[in-house]
Each structure stands twice: as C-alpha cells, then as structure tokens.
Write a protein that binds this ligand. Structure first.
Ligand SMILES: [Zn+2]
Length: 328
C-alpha cells in the first residue's frame, strides 16, 4: 500500500512499532478526501504486520497487511455504514465497548477505526471514554475528523493527534495514474480542480459530487467573466438543496479569493479553488476592492441560507446573481 505524502504518519507509526511503544489512541485530522482512512489502515498495518522491516515499516505483502488493505481483517473493525442523522448513538457505542473485551481473533491486537468524529456526540464520546482511557493491552482506537475540536478534551488527552495533509499535485497525479483507470487528460483536469486531494480527485473522475460541484462553479465563474448573468442564475437556481447550494457558493468564494491572491502574489501556486483559469482572468479584470465585495456578497448569501431564515434557493439565487453582476 502506498501512502502518498504522509511521511509524518509513516515515521510515527514505524517508530512506534520498532520501539515497541505503540499508542493506543489516534486522532487523524484532515479534509475530506485527504486520505485519513488510508492513513488509519497504515497505522493498523504498522502494528499488525507479521514481517515488518527493521525500521518498523509494514511489509504490505503479508497476510495481515493484505487483509487490512482489503478491509477484511477480523481484528480491524471499521465503524461505518448508515449512521442515523444525529450521528453515532450511545447504543451503537455500547456495542463496541462490549466488543472490546472480546479477545482478538487472529492476532495480538484489535483496532477500532471510527471515522467522522464530528458524528460522535458528547454522550457517545462519554460512553467511549473509559475504554479509550484504559483499553485492554490489545485494544487500539483510531478516530478521524476534520479537526480535533470535534472531541472531548479527555479523549484528546489520551490520544495522539496527527494531521493528514494533502499531496502535492505531482504526488496526486502519480497516485491517480497508478490506479490505471483514468486518462492523462482527465487526471490533469481533476488535479487542476481538486489539486492534491486524492479523494476529491477520484470523486471528480468518477463523475461524483466533486465533478458536479466543480462543473457548476467553473460554469458560474466563466459566466461572471462573460457578464452572462442569465447562466449564473440558471446554474444556481437548479441546485439540489440548500446544503448543495451553499457548497457551490463556498467553492465560488475560493475562486474569487484566488483571484485576489494572484493579484497580490502574482502566481498560481497558492490556488485553493477549482477554477484556476477563471481566477487568473478575474485577477486581471477586477480590482482587489471588487474582489472583497464579491466575497462579502457570497458569504452573506451563504449565511442567509444557513440561518433559520426560510429562504428558498431560487430567491437566494436571484439575490446573489443580481448582487454579483452589479459588482463585476
Ligand atoms: Zn506485513
């Protein structure tokens, strides 16, 4: 298993393995798609590999490594599946706590990987607390979340927090090419839109949510540049729901932000949005003050849609299209 651009995790897990002092709790933080689950697998591999290298690196080829990679290891338990909308329930957590006291099946350790820590409400975390504080010798927990602020201080104090960073564009391109499924041209488009986030690039290439969002934002950006407010309105008013509408606005805000950054820094190296060509054109078209006003209108509309106000998407689309067209 290749772990792209995650040297901090490689080194940490390998050194824990070779020193014989493996932490029983981890919080892996990073953006969606940044490879948190892959990093969790790597940590479990480093602990369970039956033929590790001298420096503690897992071999990736033994039976344990292979079963971890294919999600079929009986001692690596993933808490996934359909969560109720409120997140992990206390009953759900009690089942895990009971399971932790059952000895491992095949090895001398048992890993529980709990993704999306944001969905662990305080009551569920409290139910987990004792077992995370004092796990049996063979018990290990790996949580993932956008940030460690999702967790209670007591959980944070018993775990090691590791940031999972995105790859460089080159590493991301190499990872996508290694998958052997996509053309160079498609990979270049995906990396231009989603940069070093492998998960988002795959969603883009598989024509999933990222493709849909990027296409919408690129369409709006091009239409704004062409003063075509009809197209801006059309794209915005047909978004699926408020959440989706807000995601589009949020990504459009990044494109505007990039244009201001290009003006200041004069380079595209710090791009965070999904439409770098549009950002570059906007940078040559509008003043920094106008970019700031566009940003204000977008965030104001986003806020309107997230607050308790019962704004419908079409009304919000009309409002923001009108305001943006006046500024540009
Ligand atoms: Zn191995």
């Amino acid at each position: 298993m290749k772990l792209y651009s995650k040297n901090n995790i490689k080194q940490l897990a390998s050194s824990m393995k070779s020193s014989g002092r493996f932490s029983h709790g981890f919080i892996l933080t990073g953006e969606e798609g940044s490879g948190r689950k892959t990093a969790a697998k790597y940590i479990a591999m480093a602990r369970l590999c039956s033929a590790p290298a001298e420096n503690g690196e897992p071999c990736g080829a033994c039976r344990d490594c292979r079963r971890i990679e294919s999600n079929s290891h009986p001692d690596v338990i993933w808490l996934e599946g359909d969560l109720p909308s409120g997140g992990y329930s206390v009953d759900h957590i009690r089942e895990i706590v009971a399971d932790v006291y059952v000895m491992p099946n095949d090895t001398d350790a048992k890993f529980y990987i709990i993704p999306d820590g944001e969905k662990l409400l305080a009551a569920a975390q409290n139910a987990l607390l004792k077992i995370v504080e004092e796990p049996p010798d063979y018990g290990y927990f790996i949580f993932t979340a956008k940030s460690k602020s999702a967790f209670l201080p007591t959980i944070i104090s018993r775990t090691v927090t590791v940031g999972v960073g995105e790859c460089t564009r080159e590493e991301c391109t190499a990872a996508l090419t290694d998958m052997g499924k996509y053309s160079d041209e498609d990979i270049a488009k995906a990396v231009s839109a989603c940069r070093g986030n492998i998960g988002k690039c795959v969603s883009y290439l598989e024509k999933g949510e990222m493709y849909d969002l990027c296409t919408a934002v690129q369409g709006i950006s091009a239409a704004l540049i062409a003063s075509d407010s009809y197209t801006v309105l059309k794209i915005l008013s047909f978004r699926k729901n408020r959440e989706d509408f807000r995601k589009v606005l949020n990504m459009l805000d990044c494109v505007i932000r990039d244009s201001a950054v290009i003006q200041i820094m004069g380079s595209k190296t710090v791009i965070s949005g999904c439409a770098e060509d549009a950002s570059e054109t906007l940078a040559s078209m509008i003043t920094r003050d106008r970019a700031r006003r566009l940003h204000e209108v977008i965030t104001e509309t986003e806020h309107m849609c997230s607050s308790a106000l019962n704004i419908n998407i079409k009304a919000a689309a009309c409002y923001v299209t009108d305001a943006l067209s006046k500024i540009i």
